[in-house]
Design a protein around this ligand. Structure first.
Ligand code: GUN
Length: 290
């Protein structure tokens, strides 16, 4: 069994980014990312903090906009509009999920598609389906593809099962896996799928993005499968100072010995998401400068 080291692969992506940032700087361009967080969700605060910190380390311009949970739809739309018009900002990300009174789809549609480094805008969703390389691919699934590639996993002709159908991971993941650069045979499974364990057991590649702690157990995974765990779940653990620990959507200890390769949590997909966000921000800056 091989543990796929997301921290290591993310370092490789960020090293490529550092080179591109250097080249852009010689042209007087400093890529800029704005990260908007509405509300006080502690996990989201951590994610947003890590994204902004990574920008700083790489010499990118970044803006963290933290808004109270009472922020109205109109106020948030105004912030997005200002960022659309800010020439120093090339990428805009509104952390998901927003508070329930916010219409997330409307916010996403308000972002300039050329600055939509999350790849959530309908124009970028369409470009992904059309395999148009000028679009932005959502960071988490893009990171999963890069992990598969780095681990030398043959996707062409493989049976891939994606557990979860979200806009952020499941749907774009399915499109990437079935695309012409990957050529996998894809099943998107979810909570209503009949015989979920049986469907997953067919897979050469399992992508677990169902948002339930340690949901994927031994009976979901065929011997020799590759398992990518997208889940980040906080579960209560009084032995930790924080009072919680992080687990994935996969029961790691239970299945690790039957996998050919598996990503850990933390240190698997998480660091890749941030690395791909930086990559998308650089791409946005490059496309906006021509
Ligand atoms: N919440 C969880 N993952 C993501 C992501 O990739 N982008 C945004 N904006 N919110 C998220």
């Amino acid at each position: 069994m091989k543990v796929i080291d997301g921290k290591q692969v993310a370092q490789e992506v960020l090293a490529e980014c550092a080179l591109e940032i250097g080249t852009l700087k010689t042209q007087g361009i400093i890529p800029g990312l704005a990260v908007v967080l509405v509300g006080e969700d502690p996990a989201s605060q951590v994610y947003v903090g890590s994204k902004v910190k990574k920008c700083g380390e790489l010499g990118l311009h970044s803006l963290k906009i933290e808004l109270p949970s009472e922020t109205t739809q109109e106020e948030l739309l105004k912030v997005v509009k200002e960022l659309n018009e800010d020439a120093a900002i090339h990428g805009i990300l509104v952390q998901s999920p927003p508070p329930p009174h916010i219409d997330e789809a409307a916010i996403v549609r308000a972002i300039d598609p050329g600055k939509d480094v999350d790849g959530f805008h309908p124009e970028n969703v369409a470009k992904l389906a059309l395999e148009d390389p000028t679009g932005f691919v959502p960071c988490t699934p893009a990171g999963c593809m890069r992990l598969l590639q780095a681990a030398g996993v043959e996707t062409s002709g493989a049976e891939a099962v994606v557990l979860g159908r979200s806009m952020i991971v499941g749907k774009p993941m399915g499109l990437l896996l079935m695309g012409r650069e990957s050529n996998a045979t894809v099943t998107i499974a979810h909570s209503r799928t009949k015989d979920l364990a049986g469907v997953c057991r067919r897979a050469d590649i399992v992508i677990a993005a169902i948002g339930k702690p340690e949901f994927v157990t031994a009976d979901y995974v065929k011997e020799g499968a590759v398992v990518i765990d997208v889940g980040i779940n906080r579960i209560k653990d009084d032995s930790r100072k924080s009072g919680y620990r992080l687990v994935g959507d996969v029961a790691y200890d239970e299945i690790k010995d039957q996998c050919a390769a598996i990503t850990p949590v933390p240190g698997g997909v998480g660091p890749m998401t941030i690395a791909m966000l930086i990559k998308n921000t650089i791409k946005a800056a490059r496309q906006q400068s021509v």
